[in-house]
Ligand binder design. Structure first.
Ligand code: 9D3
Length: 248
């Protein structure tokens, strides 16, 4: 899969290209990562990419001509059928379902903004979808573009090893993960739960499911509301709540 990022700060992408799972996917040719700078498409001597907002107010707005020219240049190098996704605080919130949909595409053109935002006519003419990372303020779209590239790359065939792919299944089920422990067995007064030392793999799996359900219930009730628990899961959650002394 090919990614292109249109950004005034293309150097911000270098770290994800150099490290970890995305870095390895690039090295192995499983993904491509290309950047295009609107500043290289500005026509005036000052290479202007932004201007004052009509109607007044603070901040600057990214100009139509350099941004759409940069998108055209990026599109020319990308596979046909690569949508333009703009990272803005006004977009729908990115989630694993969106990542799964993107992972089926031949390519993705990510448009990252700076300043107050884009001239709205860019969105109308050249953008297929707007995405946000959630309700907090970033300084621009680059970090959001990197989050999308990371989440989508992990879903591509051959990117993760078998062990990592198995771990992925848990969030796929729409629940938070269970707690994890490693050596030593005792830290001050905190022992590793005995079941994890028992060697009883059926009981361990049961404990982990129960913890995942309980933590999701307590911390992210919105996740549980999206699921219909089967009778086994309902029983495990009831047991978790009883053991925690929580009334339903
Ligand atoms: C403080 C500026 N705000 C005035 C009301 C608007 C604003 C403009 C531009 C806020 C943030 C930004 C830059 N943010 C992004 O480009 C962005 C973003 C975000 O801020 N939060 C969550 N997801 C995203 S995706 C792109």
């Amino acid at each position: 899969m090919d990614f292109a990022v249109v950004s005034l700060f293309p150097e911000m992408l270098a770290p994800i290209a150099a490290h970890g799972i995305v870095g390895r996917a690039l090295e192995r040719g499983l993904i491509g990562l290309d950047t295009e700078n609107p500043r290289d498409h500005a026509e005036d001597v000052h290479r202007t990419v932004d201007d004052r907002p009509y109607g007044g107010g603070p901040g600057m707005v990214m100009k139509y001509a350099p941004v759409t020219a940069a998108l055209d240049a990026a599109r020319a190098r990308m596979p046909a059928g690569s949508p333009v996704v703009c990272l803005t605080p006004q977009g729908r919130v990115f989630d694993q379902a969106v990542a799964q949909r993107y992972a089926k595409l031949p390519g993705l053109i990510l448009l990252a903004g700076r300043y107050e935002g884009f001239d709205e006519r860019i969105i109308v003419d050249a953008v297929d979808e707007e995405l946000s990372l959630g309700d907090f303020v970033l300084s621009g779209g680059e970090i959001a573009a990197m989050a999308v590239i990371d989440a989508v790359t992990r879903l591509l065939p051959g990117v993760l090893g078998d062990a990592e792919s198995a771990v992925q299944d848990s969030f796929m089920q729409g629940l938070l993960d269970h707690p994890h422990y490693t050596r030593p067995e005792r830290i001050a007064a905190q022992d590793v739960p005995a079941v994890l030392l028992s060697g009883d793999h059926a009981q361990i799996a049961r404990w982990r499911k129960k913890q995942a359900l309980g933590r999701s219930y307590l911390r992210r009730p919105d996740l549980l509301e999206k699921l219909t628990l089967d009778s086994e899961q309902q029983a495990l959650l009831d047991e978790f709540l009883k053991e925690s002394g929580i009334e339903i």
